[in-house]
Design a protein around this ligand. Structure first.
Ligand code: ZN
Length: 454
């Protein structure tokens, strides 16, 4: 048993002092006592560390390469996507492993304990499978063994180039599976995770309603009956229009009508919803997988957080394109988007909870559902996914309770994160990942290999 003692900690029923946490060798919290004498590792301020609910690891390496205008009259999500397809054609399994390790290290240093990896780069350039169909999943697993982050792997099924079931385009053929080959890939990906610790999870992810046959959805869900089910949904107007033209319903309307969404389901983005869709999906218990920095970067639009939270909806936070890994900035960006749209302030706060506290607790709970992992609270039965903030930071001077979280999110940044544990693995100390130097060296070599243009 390992002990951590915190002078202040955020527990499920609020802020507590002199908190002694005990967890077992598997990283599962066995007991939490308050008013306890100091013992074990001593921390000033301890928070549960949330899961990063949505990531495409390889995209980290193209951050900074897509900020120029191309020949199109407008630069949009779709022109960005064309560049992303061009970029990924260069990637080898060695590159993917180095990039994944780097981005997982950044996630840990930013305070995330878990990487929910929406994994769709499966095949060789040209689309032929590797000798091991799950080669790329094995590389994500190898990165995870290096970094010690908690992993929820979501192998992605991506069959078609659109609702009319057209074949995948040249940029998409490294993703392609049919239901049979996807079942083999999923089984091989499950085997690829066996060397990892017991907190590792596997789920399943149809890429989007555009990319899979509607009839295939129940069979996909059955491949990981205990795991989370994720799907991109209603990110872009053109995507909503395509689904509506093909099937007569908008994407969220279709999900509400033909699926039974609940907390097992995370729908990524949900930017383009009408008010009845927002309220209906929020009440279903499904999680909205929000990626505010990426949604800003890609010009997706503004998620209707006020209406979603008002209807009791659950949210998780994901770094998606990984253009920047910054937990506090994701939360700040989400709230600022509501303020800019509505010309209001503190739109998501309640009389009981400040903005920072409400957002942070929301992504703890929603992130646990998105990861399919017992986490999100400092409580027995949850993994010891923990983050210590640096209370000596000048922006936290004199702060207590909820104002600590507000100052961290709105005035501070991830440099306040001092220590992170994932399922009890103490992988960030003094703000640095314990294997940082080797991970950065491998990533630099990959970046030199890939060059700086698209
Ligand atoms: Zn995504």
């Amino acid at each position: 048993m390992t002990k951590i003692w915190a002078a202040n900690a955020l527990l499920p029923d609020g802020w507590a002092e002199d908190v002694l946490i005990t967890f077992d060798a598997g990283g599962m919290i066995a007991s939490v006592e308050t008013g306890a004498p100091a013992a074990g590792e001593q921390i000033a301020l301890l928070l549960p560390a949330p899961a990063n609910g949505h990531s495409h690891a390889f995209q980290r390496a193209m951050a900074g390469l897509t900020e120029r205008r191309g020949p199109d009259p407008r630069d949009t999500f779709w022109t960005w996507r064309a560049l992303m397809y061009r970029f990924l054609d260069r990637l080898t399994p060695d590159h993917v492993e180095a990039i994944a390790a780097f981005v997982q290290m950044e996630m840990l240093e930013a305070g995330y304990a878990t990487n929910v990896e929406f994994h769709y780069l499966h095949h060789r350039p040209g689309g032929a499978p590797y000798d091991n169909i799950a080669e790329m999943a094995e590389r994500i697993a190898a990165a995870t063994a290096t970094t010690g982050i908690g992993l929820t792997l979501l192998p992605v099924h991506y069959q078609f180039g659109g609702c009319d079931q057209r074949p995948l385009g040249p940029g998409q053929i490294r993703f392609g599976t049919d239901p049979d080959s996807f079942a083999r890939l999923h089984a091989a990906s499950t085997r690829a995770l066996t060397p990892l610790p017991a907190d590792t999870r596997i789920g399943v992810a149809p890429h989007s309603l555009r990319a899979v046959a509607r009839e295939a959805l129940p069979g996909l869900a059955a491949l990981a009956p205990e795991g989370p089910f994720h799907m991109h949904l209603a990110e872009q107007v053109a995507e909503v229009d395509e689904v509506e033209a093909a099937w007569g319903l908008r994407p969220v309307e279709w999900v509400l009508e033909h699926m039974t969404p609940d907390a097992r389901h995370t729908f990524i983005h949900c930017t383009q919803m009408l008010s009845h869709e927002t309220e209906g999906l929020a009440r279903s218990g499904a999680v909205a997988g929000l990626c505010p920095i990426t949604e800003s970067s890609l010009g997706d639009g503004i998620f209707d957080g006020v209406r979603w939270f008002g209807a009791g909806g659950a949210v998780s936070i994901g770094s998606d394109s990984n253009i920047r890994i910054a937990l506090s900035e994701e939360l700040r960006t989400l709230d600022y988007s509501q303020r800019l749209r509505d010309r209001s302030r503190a739109a998501l706060a309640t009389p009981e909870r400040s903005t920072g506290r409400r957002l942070y607790e929301a992504v703890l709970t929603g992130g646990a559902a998105s990861a399919g992992r017992p986490t999100g609270a400092i409580a027995p039965g949850c993994y010891a996914d923990l983050m210590a903030l640096d209370t000596t930071h000048v922006d936290l001077e004199g702060r207590r309770g909820d104002t600590l979280l507000d100052s961290y999110i709105f005035a501070g940044d991830d440099r306040m994160v001092r220590d992170v544990w994932s399922a009890g693995r103490h992988v960030v100390t003094g703000g640095r990942h314990v294997a940082r130097d080797g991970i950065v060296a491998a990533y630099r070599a990959t970046m030199r290999d890939l060059g700086d243009s698209l």
